[in-house]
Design a protein around this ligand. Structure first.
Ligand code: UGA
Length: 435
């Protein structure tokens, strides 16, 4: 099947490479020519485990191509997938749909034979109707269906998630579209993981899922605060709760708050849609408020450990918004680093994958280290902000030797069970009173 994908970001690129690997002929389209040049050489423009290999394999076998010209990617395509960004308005939280509408306008110029247009970008309810209207007005004789095909890939695990989806949700109201989608995903459709619903329901499923997970994280973070006050241990509480299959054991890791380009954006967009519809989405509103406050609270925790912040060297482990990615967009770690800087902190930072992206933002305001131990060299306080496994596997004796001080503030509970206090460190984690 011939497929055109508009947008080569964290959603479009793994999806394009994955579909090519399933045997389809895929053309990925992006306006950024520089990006296209890099991708044409088989190099990924984002860090995503397994993606480089997937790209080069499918470029070599001729099933995956890249272009900056929309026409080349869509004119023969049976399925066109829209995967452009929908960034939030900084004040209202409303999703900015200008890239979506611009893509639809341009696509309309090249629609001829029957084409299935699928929206993978996370878009507010009713956007499918608007895309359809744009196409009808601008491609009067074209034959097409517009469906919603929400994406559930996690950054850092996108390749694995692509090939092992929990679910494939399709918002579609035409039999022709349904049979094309069944063909598209045939190798991945198993055990009843395909769900066909109406288009608006599919659009809601995406937001409702992300908002629910964000609320779950906010809930465990509040429980962590309570555990600290009550002398309990949130990791044990999460384990006990998670054994109940109705609750589930996932997304119960307390930390510095949820971040990334999805949860903060999608919770705000969902709350905005609720307000616009006159519906009070109070739980989502509470999660947004609580999460926004959490990073300031965590920065203060590090500042308290530092005592005299101006004469204290702080090592920072982790800048990405979570492990497995180079993405620092809306990263709690980056927000905490910037709050520490505003308080005059002297910081040396290290992240296994996100250094280049972080440098664009932090520039010369911090020192950069080439390894976790190098960052800890001479530090009075070590703050762990992202849950990279290489931090958990660190040689504790080498760490002790490197640091000048003994304080560790672990916002990801990487060392929560390894009794660092017994090794001479003053160790503080989340959701457990350690001293
Ligand atoms: C999220 C969803 O998990 C995907 O299903 C969805 O497709 C994607 O958004 C999207 O809308 O595109 P992602 O943003 O990659 O994926 O990140 P998650 O793994 O969900 O983590 C989000 C944030 O929550 C991170 O900051 C992470 O550290 C935090 N988190 C996660 C916790 O603090 N505790 C947890 O237990 C889990």
């Amino acid at each position: 099947m011939k497929i055109g994908i508009i947008g080569t970001g964290y959603v479009g690129l793994p999806t394009g490479a994955g579909l090519a690997d399933l045997g389809h002929e895929v053309v990925c389209i992006d306006k950024d020519e520089n990006k296209i040049n890099i991708l044409q050489q088989g190099k990924s423009t984002i860090y995503e485990k397994g993606l480089d290999e997937l790209l080069s394999r499918n470029i070599k076998n001729g099933r995956l191509k890249f272009t900056s010209k929309m026409q080349e990617g869509v004119e023969d395509a049976q399925v066109v997938i829209i995967a452009v960004g929908t960034p939030p308005d900084p004040v209202s939280g409303e999703a900015d749909l200008s890239y979506i509408y611009a893509a639809a306008q341009e696509l309309a110029l090249y629609l001829r034979d029957y084409t299935l247009v699928a929206t993978k970008s996370t878009v507010p309810v009713g956007t499918g109707d608007k895309i359809e209207q744009i196409l009808r007005e601008n491609a009067k004789n074209a034959d097409f269906d517009v469906i919603s095909l929400p994406e559930f890939l996690r950054e850092g695990f996108a390749v694995d998630d692509f090939f092992h989806p929990d679910r494939i949700v399709v918002g579609c109201e035409s039999e022709r579209a349904e049979s094309l989608i069944r063909e598209l995903y045939a190798p991945l459709a198993e055990k009843g993981n395909m769900l066909f619903v109406n288009r608006r329901s599919a659009e809601v499923i995406k937001y409702a899922s992300n908002a629910f997970l964000a609320m779950k994280i906010h809930y465990i973070n509040e429980m962590a605060d309570f555990c600290e006050a009550a002398g309990a241990d949130v990791a044990q509480v999460a384990k006990g709760m998670g054994l109940d299959k109705r609750i589930g054991d996932k997304f119960l890791n307390a930390g510095p708050g949820y971040g990334g380009s999805c949860f903060p954006k999608d919770t705000k967009a969902m709350a905005y849609m609720g307000r616009q519809s006159g519906v009070n989405l109070s739980l989502i509103e509470a999660a947004i408020r609580g999460n926004d406050l959490r990073q300031a609270k965590m920065a203060n925790r590090i500042l308290s450990a530092a005592c005299d912040v101006k004469n204290c060297k702080i090592a920072i482990w982790g800048l990405a918004f979570k492990n497995g990615t180079d993405d620092v967009r809306v990263s709690p770690a980056m927000e905490i680093v910037q709050q520490l800087l505003r308080n005059g902190a002297d910081l040396t930072v290290y992240d296994p994958k996100a250094m280049d992206n972080a440098k664009k933002i932090l520039q010369d305001k911090v020192k950069y280290a080439a390894s976790a131990i190098e960052a800890a060299q001479g530090a009075d306080v070590l703050a762990i902000l992202t849950e990279w496994s290489e931090f958990a596997l660190i040689d504790v004796n080498a760490l002790k030797k490197a640091m000048r001080g003994r304080k560790i503030v672990d916002l990801r509970n990487l060392f929560a069970t390894c009794a660092l206090d017994k090794k001479g460190f003053a160790y503080e984690c989340i959701g457990k009173t350690t001293n």
